[in-house]
Design a protein around this ligand. Structure first.
Ligand SMILES: [Zn+2]
Length: 679
């Protein structure tokens, strides 16, 4: 039997032939795929002919089809149904993938051709072709393909040093986090926690040989979920202070010198690549374009957020006083008193919601039904098509006129061989160049109930399914010519926007009544519960927005360093960065402080932590627009054609203007977070 990755799938929509794929097929196909694309690249860069779109960009887009087929399945399998065999293969091939893609993006001959095309754009190009040249040029420039040999050597050296420092940052952080876990001698101090939480703390202590004691381990962010329920003020303080101290205690796990060196090296690398700062280099290849626009947005939000946090602090202080506690609100008291107020004001018992969110109804009468109402698409399960696991379901998506849209695969349940979280991935990427259809997939980690009993989702899981399906629609609705520009192949600060938008249908009038019905009685979710769920959205947002913005601005501040500047005192640097924007608030610590800000010092979000709120501005503006439209179906069509369908084939801000008639306004986000009138 031949290796199924070496030829295009003959199944509907080119669905990968999962039933025919064997372990021994991966390595052979990966090797063949690397070799094929290397040969295709060689043919492009060694040709005599002067560069044209047709002899350079187009063959590049056509290249690597075997690799693309095997890699899409390989990465999907290592995330969703891994085996020791696949794990070993993944570890062995991770550096091979990195080296392979580097060999393309850093090829100086390819760069010379792309740069020539970028210089001399042809009037006959389509907008998509022009944009594709622009994208390739920026990506290669930011990666360093345009450097001379000496500078390229220096770049490799810097990349190596930076990689070493990010690894060191993680090692320090993990060790200090473990060291700082809070030991509790007397179980009475844990008053307020559930029995399950207390036994988890006992188990954590036992795991460290601390029999008879309890241990509070620390999550990544400042603070701890248990601060909302612990009644012992002294313990709350110990937990928060331990959390904030991570990486800055002057011991062998101190991250301060690492951060100073790391940000200095990133600044030097940016200068080498021709950018003023690391933040400039990063945002050049994002929707934002430059850090000035990021700062303008973050700072515009900072003032009302801080004002609301101050108002929330006053309300909490009034509660403390009314309870006769007689102390001044501190950061470790915030969650405790906030939780009391949340319960009093909104009284939503989220556990009692689950009978209203039966998974099959949520999927068919909620998620799919909403897509039919908004975009006109219909869904039919194809039990004749199989995934890689019996739990994977395959649905065919069609347009109102019966036209094919693509396949949607859903793998809902958790299993030991699946990584945590929820996500969307693409198995076949739509494009006109090769005539490929679309196959997308969603993964969640919902615990599987015993056979014969229904799956009841939590409120959050229901929201997650709507969110991930928004990514799936972005992939399904792609209508582009070039594969690398389709669907969710958009900038990091833009990719969450369509999925955030899709969350709106979860509680949308007419949709929520359609699917959220009690599993036993069939009664719809009571209207007053829906109202309270919606009203609680803006609760505590002064605090939540402030702690997020503080972290986002701290990230920007560290990555606004210039090569050779003098920074020696980490604590002073952080204080000044927050004070300058009015977010140095005693009772609201930054969500991540320098010593443990993993997202930006080792996690791939450097100068990019702003992304979450950047895309939420467009999300809130879009939800507001949908609310004003007389016909949801017409509105959906416009959103689908002008925004979702174009994927990454044009400047996303231009696509947004085309859809919305103007740039995104900040006001809807301010309103959603209750930040209006606070300035
Ligand atoms: Zn998402």
């Amino acid at each position: 039997m031949t290796n199924p990755f070496l030829v295009p799938s003959t199944l509907p929509y080119q669905l990968p032939p999962f039933a025919d794929i064997r372990e021994e097929h991966y390595e052979e196909a990966l090797e063949a795929g690397f070799a094929e694309q290397a040969e295709e690249l060689r043919a492009i860069v060694e040709q005599e002919a002067a560069p044209t779109f047709e002899n350079t960009i187009e063959p590049l887009e056509r290249s690597g089809q075997v690799l693309s087929r095997v890699a899409h399945v390989f990465w999907s399998m290592t995330s969703t149904d891994s085996t020791p065999f696949l794990e070993e293969l993944e570890e062995r091939y991770a550096p091979r993938f990195a080296a392979h893609f580097d060999s393309i993006v850093l090829d100086p001959r390819l760069y010379a051709r792309v740069a020539a095309l970028h210089e001399g754009a042809d009037a006959s190009w389509t907008d998509e072709q022009r944009y594709l040249v622009e994208r390739r040029h920026t990506e290669m420039t930011v990666a360093g393909a345009g450097l001379d040999d000496a500078s390229r050597e220096r770049l490799k050296d810097l990349n190596q040093q930076i990689a070493t420092l990010t690894t060191r940052f993680d090692k320090h952080l993990q060790a200090d986090t473990n060291d700082l876990a809070v030991v509790v001698d007397d179980v009475a101090e844990l008053d307020g926690l559930s029995d399950g939480e207390i036994s988890a703390a006992a188990q954590a202590a036992a795991d460290r040989g601390l029999e008879g004691k309890h241990l509070v381990t620390l999550p990544l962010f400042s603070g701890h979920p248990w601060l909302a329920s612990l009644t012992d003020r002294g313990l709350r303080r110990r937990i928060l202070e331990a959390s904030l101290a991570r990486g800055t205690r002057g011991n062998e796990h101190d991250n301060r010198a690492t951060v100073l060196e790391l940000t200095a090296l990133r600044a030097e690398r940016a200068a080498l690549l021709g950018f003023r700062t690391h933040a400039h280099a990063i945002t050049a290849d994002e929707t934002a374009g430059d850090p000035e626009r990021v700062l303008a947005m973050l700072e515009r939000l900072a003032k009302p957020a801080a004002a609301n946090a101050a108002a929330e602090a006053r309300a909490l202080q009034a509660q403390i006083d009314a309870a006769g506690e007689g102390y001044e609100l501190a950061a470790w008291d915030w969650d405790y008193w906030t939780e009391k107020e949340r319960t009093a004001r909104y009284d939503v018992d989220t556990a009692a919601l689950r009978p209203y969110f039966e998974a099959e109804r949520v999927l068919v009468d909620g998620v799919f039904h909403a897509a039919t109402q908004v975009y006109g698409v219909t869904f039919e399960e194809r039990t004749d098509l199989v995934g890689y696991h019996p739990d994977v379901r395959v649905f065919e998506v069609r347009d109102e006129d019966g036209g094919e849209v693509g396949l949607y695969l859903l793998d809902l349940y958790t299993r030991d061989s699946k990584r945590g979280g929820a996500w969307m991935n693409s198995l076949v990427q739509q494009n006109r160049l090769l005539g490929d259809p679309t196959v997308v997939m969603n993964n969640l980690n919902v615990p599987k109930p015993p056979a014969g009993t229904p799956t009841l989702l939590t409120f959050d899981e229901t929201n997650t399914l709507f969110h991930e399906f928004g990514h799936a629609l972005h992939g399904l609705f792609a209508q582009v010519t070039y594969p690398s520009l389709g669907g969710t192949n958009v900038y990091r600060d833009f990719v969450e926007f369509p999925s955030q938008v899709n969350e709106m249908w979860m509680l949308w009038p007419g949709i929520v009544e359609h699917y959220a019905r009690h599993i036993e009685t069939g009664e719809p979710l009571p209207a007053d519960v829906i109202e309270r769920l919606q009203a609680s959205e803006s609760f505590n947002q002064g605090h939540d927005t402030s702690e997020y913005l503080a972290a986002a601005l701290l990230d920007q501040a560290w990555h606004a360093r210039t090569a050779g500047d003098e920074v020696t005192d980490v604590a002073a640097f952080e204080r000044e960065a927050l004070e300058r924007v009015g977010l140095l608030i005693d009772t609201v610590p930054t969500r991540y402080s320098t010593g443990y800000f993993q997202h930006v010092f080792s996690g791939g979000y450097s100068a990019g932590y702003y992304s979450y709120i950047w895309s939420e501005v467009m999300d809130a503006d879009t939800v507001e627009w949908f609310k004003q439209q007389p016909s949801i179906r017409d509105a959906g069509q416009r959103f689908r054609e002008r925004l979702l369908g174009v994927g990454g084939s044009k400047d996303p801000l231009e696509a947004y203007r085309d859809f919305r008639g103007r740039d995104a306004a900040l006001q809807p986000l301010l309103e959603r977070r209750g930040l209006t009138g606070a300035e």
